[in-house]
Design a protein around this ligand. Structure first.
Ligand code: SER
Length: 313
């Protein structure tokens, strides 16, 4: 049976591609895109779109009723670097939207929720390598604080009200359709645009600043698959992992395809955020519980990015 899905934040980096994938699977008319600003052309022309401010619960409910929505993917959020500049706004946006959607699930207006968490839940006191699913989570960023709190709210609504909410902790996500806005891992997308345009890039993270990363295709698979999986007894926001690399390492692979490419380093405020995050993630629980695995390694990611940005390799 077709289910009607609402994606909130469909103009963002992940939302854009999530809508397109969900439309492929469930049919264009069954996936409603929504955001406070219009989405990219492909999203706008392939199915329904609503302008929606997710901080207003009544407005979300209106869209849910209009389309008889069963499932909500809440992708609207303020990312790490920009949240450091606007702490109150970030907290308010990230929390209000989540509590609105969780309340709607509690009130049975919808049946199922997806909410993205992040590697930003971890902080300097968490293990840096193979960071386990369950470990100390004392983030040093506003964004991380909102994600830890969000995970706890999801667990609370699940345990107390039986809300079916599912979640993964995304690493840095790399894609070519929509650029990320205001994150710490954004360099790994910018580097491709600059490599193609100028054959050089000045990284705002240090040469050896290793972070967990993932190609968008894998992130979308994780999202779709965790929502489809039958087994779901206990709320957990799952660690998911693919590849880890530093600016220096990705630059080396780009150079294979663009020989004149060169990279410089000039770190800024985002370095401290990166330094507080894990370098690699242990995702064995996601592998065990819902067969998670990734497909794209660093070399295939670089090829896909260059192709996607119309650079002939
Ligand atoms: N990519 C995100 C950021 O950099 C992490 O979740 O903020």
């Amino acid at each position: 049976m077709a289910k009607t899905i609402l994606v909130i934040g469909s103009s963002g980096q992940i939302g854009t591609e999530l809508v397109l994938k969900l439309r492929q699977i469930y049919g264009n008319e069954n996936v409603i895109a929504s955001d406070i600003r219009v989405a990219n052309y492909e999203v706008m022309k392939s199915g329904p779109f609503e302008i929606l401010d997710a901080t207003k619960k009544r407005d979300i409910l209106k869209v849910i009723k209009k389309y008889k929505v069963k499932q909500v993917y809440l992708m609207a959020a303020m990312l790490s670097a920009i949240a450091e500049k606007h702490p109150h706004k970030a907290w308010s946006l990230n929390m209000t939207t989540l509590l609105n959607v969780l309340d709607l699930a509690k009130e049975k207006a919808i049946k199922q929720v997806f909410w993205p968490s992040s590697i930003a839940v971890f902080g300097s006191s968490s293990p840096k390598q193979n960071t386990p699913q369950e470990t100390i989570m004392a983030p040093s960023t506003v964004y991380g604080i909102s994600k830890v709190a969000g995970e706890n709210w999801c667990a609370y609504y699940h345990d107390k009200y039986g809300v079916d909410v599912r979640s993964v902790r995304y690493p840095g996500i790399i894609s070519y359709k929509t650029v990320p806005g205001g994150g710490t891992t954004d360099y790994a997308v910018e580097i491709f645009h600059e490599a193609i345009k100028n054959e050089s890039y000045t990284s705002f993270l240090n040469a050896n600043s290793t972070l967990p990363m993932m190609y968008m295709g894998d992130a979308i698979d994780a999202t779709v698959n965790i929502m489809r999986h039958e087994k779901f007894d206990k709320y957990t926001s799952y660690n998911i992992a693919a590849i880890s690399f530093s600016p220096k390492e990705i630059a080396k692979v780009i150079k294979k395809f663009i020989p004149k490419f060169s990279i410089n380093y000039k770190s800024d405020d985002r370095q401290a955020i990166a330094d507080s995050w894990p370098q690699s993630i242990d995702d064995k629980q996601a592998k065990r519980d819902w067969n998670w695995n990734y497909n794209f390694d660093l070399e295939s990611l670089v090829k896909l990015m260059l192709n996607g940005l119309n650079y002939k390799i």
